[in-house]
Design a protein. Structure first.
Length: 330
């Protein structure tokens, strides 16, 4: 991993956040949204063009119903994802809405979390794959059986990713539960973040459960060593690093980069978000390595970076979204 290249990415990230804040300060209620959008462009190595981004955002706003979640600032993160992944984002937006409506038809509740889940599905398949939507819904129901108080609509995107795993449904849910139990036995605190971590570790299939549990314990210990703490908020980041052999050795880079952001006026109030963003950028940079790219691990890590982005987008959007009772997404 080339340090200079990584530092250039961080400089570009700061630059994009500054541009977004300057342009959208009357439309977006928190700096974390700028941070999330900027990180998407950096992680996906997509050139950011403000005029193009705003044009897509306004198009989304004009095309949806009066009470749609996408009338709110959620349209900006949606615009970013369409801009990053498609050459014809406006055309693809309408196909995306069709996928969203199919999710609703399968009893996913209308609102921001279903929009994100539909986007995860859409980015993977570029169209509706109904059997996988149905499988995602079934997996979500299985998750609720295991953890009725932890599993919420926020878990919709992860159920979509788990639905892509080539395992029989009951075996997959049992596999996730085994991670949850073993990690809890080894000092990880029960809760939403541990559930998220368990889902992350269940996505790849190259390594054994034992190896992955040992790796994530090592990464957590290294977080503590570098005074990042072993807090629950960082469990998903620990999981991402654990998918990489010797992932613990990259914690020092996460610490170095996040500490730099902590000293910047624009970022100093968001230390946890800084760790999450820098981990995403570091992990995406590692996967550019040829040896990693040639394995199935590359695909798994890409999916998890996407899941982590989806989770952050959903949390940020849900705080400001106008949740519609009907006509949402029209």
């Amino acid at each position: 991993m080339e340090q200079q290249r990584l530092e250039r990415k961080m400089e570009r990230y700061i630059e994009i956040v500054s541009q977004l804040k300057s342009k959208l300060k009357w439309s977006v209620s928190n700096n974390q949204t700028y941070m999330m959008i900027a990180s998407m462009y950096i992680v996906n190595e997509k050139e950011f063009d403000m005029d193009r981004f705003l044009d897509i955002s306004e198009y989304i706003k004009d095309e949806v119903g009066l009470f749609s979640t996408l009338k709110s600032q959620t349209r900006f993160t949606t615009a970013a994802m369409l801009d990053i992944h498609f050459d014809t984002p406006k055309e693809m937006f309408h196909k995306y809405l069709e996928v969203y409506e199919a999710f609703v038809d399968q009893r996913f509740q209308r609102g921001v979390f279903t929009y994100i889940a539909a986007m995860v599905h859409f980015l993977k398949h570029k169209e509706l794959n109904l059997p996988l939507v149905q499988r995602a819904r079934s997996i979500y129901k299985g998750m609720r059986v295991e953890h009725p108080f932890l599993t919420t609509n926020m878990d919709y995107p992860l159920s979509v990713l788990l639905g892509e795993v080539d395992k029989e449904e009951d075996a997959l849910i049992n596999y996730v539960e085994a991670f949850y139990a073993h990690l809890n036995e080894n000092g990880f605190t029960k809760g939403n973040q541990l559930q998220f971590l368990s889902h992350i570790l269940a996505l790849p299939s190259e390594e054994s459960e034992k190896v992955l549990v040992e790796r994530v314990q090592k990464v957590k210990s290294t977080f503590v060593d570098f005074r990042l703490k072993g807090k629950q908020a960082y469990y998903p980041e620990m999981g991402m690093l654990s998918l990489i052999e010797n992932g613990a050795t990259h914690v020092s880079t996460v610490k170095q980069l996040s500490s730099k952001l902590d000293k910047e006026k624009l970022f100093k109030w968001y230390p946890d978000m800084n760790v999450k963003i820098t981990t995403n950028i570091v992990v995406s940079e590692i996967t550019e390595d040829t040896n990693v790219s040639e394995t199935n691990l590359y695909t798994a890590i890409e999916a998890i970076v996407q899941a982590q982005q989806a989770a952050m987008v959903a949390v940020l959007a849900s705080s400001s979204a106008v949740v519609a009772g009907g006509g949402d997404g029209s």
